[in-house]
Design a protein around this ligand. Structure first.
Ligand SMILES: Cc1ncc(COP(=O)(O)O)c(C=O)c1O
Length: 447
């Protein structure tokens, strides 16, 4: 490490409180986790101040779709900077937010034709929960106040979003602050009993929802689900049938369906919206992360006309009086428009089918590894579980990965790849080879 790099590290550790981090893990000698000051990014690679590079194999927390310093998104942002950096969205509107809303509506075939904006994913989740409750209230159903989430769900870390999150590590400390929620079985296909298929697990999980709805749907506003992949739970994947069954139950029992596509939207699972694979639309979709190409904080909730109309009134208190200062920021919307342009111009969903197949083929040899369980893939997400590893596995894997030009950060014992949609075959082969090498190295240390 050069003097310059170690200077950035020590200054960061003094003044920056890093997210999702036990800061002492950066300081202790034993199991020390590296802190890497990034100097710049190009394509799928991040570079540090010493000239070392790291393949961003998890898209910088699942946000980056078309690489760092993407020339097309950069050009759009430069153009937008000279026009309008920001204007408030109450009483004012602007071209980027209008065009983005129209294009997103079109991507849902007009079903989810109203877009409400925020900045981070958790804020979009808060909005969907509040909107659902308030829409029922405006319809004279103010008893519908409860929310249902799935085991292992993750919807963000603000107080409302954390209430519908089921990850003990993030939630337990704040238990006394959170609203009680109903938690139902996850459809995670890894739970298949002998002879059961992923669809059987989906049916079992849907039956759990049915039991709850039969008991108390009159008090439930919405169920919130990460469709197809519960990412933070460790890339827990389920069959699309689950979404169809829950959609039917929601219709039958008058409960809103919120699909949180913050991580799985924007082509990540193979279709632009994950729910397209189930052939259903929810009442609310949340989007963030990839929607701005990984450039700027932008999140939004798409909803249908029926929900919108529930708020449309001469009475101000029936309106949805929620706001964030940077709601619909023009720069972020422009980055999103440039991102959607790339999807169209490069036929990205089609190209990703080939890319995902190459990734799957390159990682397939791991299926026979004695310490690998549940090698699985959905589009541009590939994951496996490491068997017989201790609690330090993730940290040690991350540290070893950085020494092998990789940015990979396992979730517990789950190693996953979620790269930008720009890797070529050579980069995919390199990623697979290095991932396997880092895995072996991390296992060897432990034994
Ligand atoms: C499914 C899902 N919902 C919500 C969030 C929260 O988004 P943010 O971190 O932008 O608040 C995340 C973040 O990882 C997520 O994966």
């Amino acid at each position: 490490m050069t003097d310059q790099t170690s200077d950035w590290v020590s200054r960061s550790l003094k003044s920056v409180w890093h997210p999702c981090t036990q800061m002492q893990h950066h300081a202790r000698d034993q199991d020390r986790v590296p802190l890497i000051p990034v100097s710049h990014g190009r394509g799928a690679w991040l570079y540090d101040h010493d000239g070392r590079r790291y393949l961003d194999a998890i898209s910088s927390w699942w946000v980056n779709l078309f690489g760092h310093a993407n020339p097309r998104i950069n050009a759009a942002l430069r153009d937008q900077l000279d026009m309008l950096e920001h204007a408030m969205l109450a009483g004012f509107t602007h071209e980027p937010v209008i065009r983005l809303s129209e294009r997103l509506s079109a991507l849902t075939g007009g079903v989810l034709g109203h877009a409400f904006y925020a900045s981070d994913g958790a804020s979009a989740v808060e909005i969907a929960l509040k909107m659902s409750f308030h829409a029922w209230r405006n319809a004279g159903r103010s008893d519908k106040q409860e929310f249902v989430c799935l085991q292992g769900s993750y919807h963000g870390e603000t107080i409302g979003a954390l209430a519908v999150t089921d990850v003990a590590l993030f939630k337990d400390a704040y238990g006394p602050l959170l609203r009680a929620t109903q938690t139902v079985m996850s459809p995670d296909a890894r739970q298949a009993r002998d002879g059961e298929t992923a669809q059987d697990v989906a049916r079992r999980a849907a039956a759990d929802v049915q039991r709850l709805f039969e008991q108390k749907a009159d008090r439930i506003a919405a169920i919130i689900i990460e469709p197809l992949v519960q990412c933070a739970a460790g890339m827990a994947m389920h069959d699309p049938l689950y979404l169809q069954l829950v959609r039917e139950l929601c219709d039958r029992h008058e409960v809103h369906l919120i699909l949180d596509e913050i991580a799985v939207g924007c082509g990540r699972t193979g279709t632009f919206f994950a729910c397209e694979q189930a052939g259903i639309w929810p009442d609310f979709v949340t989007l963030s992360k990839g929607i701005s190409g990984g450039y700027l904080p932008l999140s939004l909730v798409l909803t249908k006309d029926q929900v919108y109309q529930a708020f449309y009134s001469a009475d101000i208190t029936r309106g949805f009086l929620h706001s964030h200062s940077y709601t619909g920021n023009p720069l972020a919307c422009r980055a999103a428009l440039a991102t959607l342009d790339i999807f169209e111009e490069d036929n990205v969903l089609e190209a990703n089918r080939a890319r995902a197949a190459s990734l799957g083929a390159a990682m397939a040899p791991l299926a026979d590894h004695p310490r690998v369980k549940n090698l699985r893939q959905r589009g541009m997400i590939l994951a496996f579980d490491a068997a017989g590893v201790d609690k330090t596995f993730s940290r040690r894997f991350f540290a070893n990965a950085t020494r092998n030009e990789l940015l990979l950060r396992p979730i517990g014992s789950t190693v996953y790849l979620m790269p930008p949609y720009i890797l070529d075959d050579e980069e995919i082969a390199g990623l697979a080879a290095r991932t396997r090498a880092v895995f072996e190295q991390t296992l060897a240390e432990a034994s």
